[in-house]
Design a protein. Structure first.
Lengths: 375, 375
C-alpha cells in the first residue's frame, strides 16, 4: 500500500503551506490518498492521523478499499464532517484546494466550524495533492504501462473498421466495445474519431459522419484501466494522398519525434513544447498548431505538468506526459494551397504517452507505429 | 430555437436575486442557454444581450452551435472574460452560481474586475439556471422520449447476454456497444451490472464478476442522446427463486408502482417518496431501502427535483423524474432469514423515468416490462 507514503507527502505539503491539517474532497485526490473510489468522500489528515468520510451507500466499499483509515459514515456532506472532526481534534488551520472546492462548499464548511476558529480555519491552497501526483510511484507506473499497452492493442484491432463509408461513431463503438471486453473500466475521455474535413477540428468527437474515400482519419482515445488513464492519437489516411497532406503529416511527425527526444529530467516543459513548435514553424505551420504540446496524465486525463510555451516547470523522473503536436488547416489558413485535395480542410495529430526516466524518456505507446499509414 | 426564451427566464431569475446580470460557466447550463457544447465556455447575460466566451479550440463549433449570441474567442478563462465584458458594459452586480464556481475561479473573476466594483460585483446564487431546467420544454421532452425509448430497446437487446457465467463487464460492454451503434453519444453514467451478492450494492458498477446460476442481476444504465440522459433499472433473476427473493421483488415492484401512481402536478416530492417508502415499511424493508426514491433528469443525470423524504417542492408539468425504490439485504439486515438462497445477500431495484403531465404522470420507459423476469 502506497497510500500511507502519499499521505505523508500531502500533510507535509499542507504544513509547508502554513496549515496544520489538510482536507481533500476532489475524487482522484481522495482515491490517491485513501484507495476509496466512491463518488462522494473526503479525506482529513492531521499529523500522522487520517480519516475518510462518506455516506451510507459506500459503507461496504469504503471498508474494503480504504483499510487503515478511520472511517466515518454520515448523511451530511463529507467535507463538513471532515472539518468538524479536525476542529474537534484541536486543529485551527486547515488547507483546502481552492481549485476543486466550490464557493458553496466552502461556505458550508465555514458554517459548520466553531465561531472561535471560523475566520482563520480554512487556508486556500492550490493543487497540493495534484503536484504530488505529477510524479508517479512504481505502482502507478505499472498500471499506466498496462493502460498504454491496451490502448496500442485497441488501435491495431480497430483499424479493420476504418474504411470509407463507415460512420465515425461506429468506429468509436468498436473501439469502446473492445476496450470493455479487454477489461477497461471505461474510456478515459470522449473518443475522438475525426475524418475528412472534420480532422481539421482538434476536438472532433465521433459523429454520424461517414469516413471519406480520400482523406485523414484522426483517432484520439484512451482507456481507464485500474483507475489510470491512457491517451494516444494516431492519424491514418484513406485513399490517394496529396503532396500537401503528405508534407503536413511528416512535419507533424517530425515535430512529435523532436519533442519526444527532448524529454529528460531537468528539462523545462517549455523547451519540450518549443522542440515541437520550432519544427512546425520552419514548415510554415506555426499558426496551424493551435494548442499546447502535451500534459501530464494519470488518475485524470489532464494533470500537471503542462507541456506548453514558456512553462518553466522542470521534468522529473516518474512524470508521465503526453506529446501531441498537431496541425489543422482551415479555410482561414494562410498555408492552404488551392490545389489541396477536396476542400483542402484537414488536420493531423500524433500523440504518445512518455514516461520521464532517470536517463530520458520512455514512450509507453511505442507499440503503435507512427509511420505514414494508408488504408 | 428555444435558447432565447430560456435566456429570458435566466436573466429574470438573476434580477429576482438582486443582480443586473448573470454569468454562467457550468457546462450543461451553458449548453441550455446557448446551444454551445464545448468543454470550456461562459455565457454572460445582461438585459436582452447575451455573449458566449470560449477559446480558440472551439471557434468553428461555437459559431455553428451558438448562432445569435455575440461570440468572443480568447485564451483567458471564459469566466474572467465574461465579467470583464459585463463590467465594461456598466454592470455593477452580477449573479454567479456558488454551487458550480470554485473558490479559485471566483478569486480570478474578482481580480479581473475594476477596483471600484470589485467588492460588490459578484452576487452568490444557487442553481438559478438549474431550477429553470427542472421544467423541460417541448424540444427537451421530445429528446428525452427518444433517449428513454432507446434505453428500453437496449434492455431488450442485451437480455440474451444475461446468462450464468457471463462477466458483468461483458454484459455492460454489449449494452454500451449497442447504445453507440444506435446513435448514443455516450452512456449517461457508469453502467451498473450487479449480480448475485453484488446486487446488494446500490452502486454496483460492472466488474469482472461472473453472473451466478441462481440470483438477481440488476441492470441500471442510461444513454446520452441528443445531449439528454436516459436512466432506467430492471432487476431480473437467474435460476430457481427463493420465496424471500420473490417476496422482496414484489414489494419493491409495488412500492415503485405506488410512487409512479402518485406523480401529478402539485404533489409534494416528499409524498411521492413516502408512497414508495410506506409499502416497503409495511413489508419490513424500511431499513433495506437506504436511498431516496428518485431525482430529476435531463441534460445531467442528477437534476432537481429531489424525490426524497420530507421534500416540500411541488411537482410541475414538464418535470422528468426517476422513480427507483430498492431493497438491499445485507448481513446486518434484520430482515434476512437464514434460509435465503446462497448467502442471503441480494438486492432489487426497479426504476422508470416519469414525465409529469397536466393530468398526472407518463412513464417514458414503459416499453420495458417490470413484471418478474426469470432467465
Amino acid at each position: 500500500m502506497r497510500e500511507r507514503a502519499r499521505r505523508k507527502k500531502a500533510i507535509a505539503a499542507a504544513v509547508g503551506a502554513g496549515a496544520e491539517a489538510l482536507v481533500v474532497t476532489h475524487g482522484p485526490d481522495v482515491r490517491y490518498l485513501s484507495g476509496f473510489t466512491g463518488s462522494s468522500g473526503a479525506v482529513a489528515l492531521v499529523g500522522g492521523r487520517a480519516a475518510l468520510f462518506t455516506d451510507g451507500r459506500y459503507t461496504t466499499q469504503a471498508k474494503a478499499e480504504a483499510a487503515g483509515l478511520r472511517l466515518v459514515i454520515d448523511k451530511r456532506s463529507p467535507a463538513v464532517q471532515a472539518v468538524e472532526w479536525l476542529a474537534a481534534e484541536g486543529v485551527t488551520r486547515c488547507a483546502f484546494d481552492a481549485g476543486h472546492t466550490t464557493v458553496a462548499a466552502m461556505e458550508a464548511m465555514k458554517k459548520a466550524l466553531p465561531a472561535a476558529v471560523r475566520r482563520s480555519f480554512l487556508v486556500a491552497s492550490d493543487g497540493l495533492v495534484a503536484r504530488i501526483r505529477e510524479v508517479k510511484d512504481e505502482d502507478e507506473i505499472a498500471l499506466m504501462r498496462k493502460a498504454a499497452a491496451l490502448g496500442c492493442r485497441l488501435f491495431e484491432d480497430v483499424l479493420e473498421f476504418v474504411v470509407a463509408g463507415a460512420k465515425e461513431s461506429d468506429v468509436a463503438a468498436q473501439l469502446e466495445f473492445k476496450a470493455r471486453m479487454a477489461g477497461a473500466e471505461a474510456m478515459s475521455f470522449e473518443t475522438i474519431v475525426a475524418s475528412g474535413e472534420r480532422s481539421a477540428l482538434p476536438h472532433g468527437r465521433a459523429t454520424s459522419a461517414k469516413l471519406p474515400k480520400r482523406g485523414f482519419v484522426t483517432l484520439d482515445f484512451g482507456v481507464l484501466l485500474g483507475g489510470y488513464c491512457s491517451d494516444m492519437t494516431r492519424t491514418v489516411h484513406l485513399g490517394k494522398v496529396s503532396n500537401r497532406e503528405w508534407d503536413v503529416y511528416h512535419s507533424v511527425l517530425e515535430a512529435q519525434q523532436e519533442a519526444v527526444a527532448r524529454v529528460a529530467p531537468g528539462v523545462r516543459c517549455g523547451d519540450v513544447d518549443e522542440a515541437a513548435r520550432s519544427v512546425l514553424r520552419k514548415a510554415g505551420l506555426e499558426k496551424e498548431f493551435s494548442h499546447s504540446t502535451g500534459h501530464g496524465v494519470g488518475l485524470e486525463i489532464h494533470e500537471g505538468p503542462r507541456i506548453a510555451a514558456k512553462q518553466e516547470q522542470l521534468l522529473e523522473p516518474g512524470m508521465v506526459i503526453t506529446i501531441e503536436p498537431g496541425a489543422y488547416l482551415s479555410k482561414q489558413s494562410r498555408s492552404l494551397p488551392k490545389s489541396a485535395s477536396g476542400t483542402g480542410l484537414f488536420g493531423v495529430r500524433i500523440e504518445d504517452m512518455v514516461l520521464v526516466t532517470a536517463a530520458g524518456g520512455e514512450v509507453l505507446t511505442a507499440a503503435s507505429p507512427k509511420a505514414w499509414m494508408e488504408l
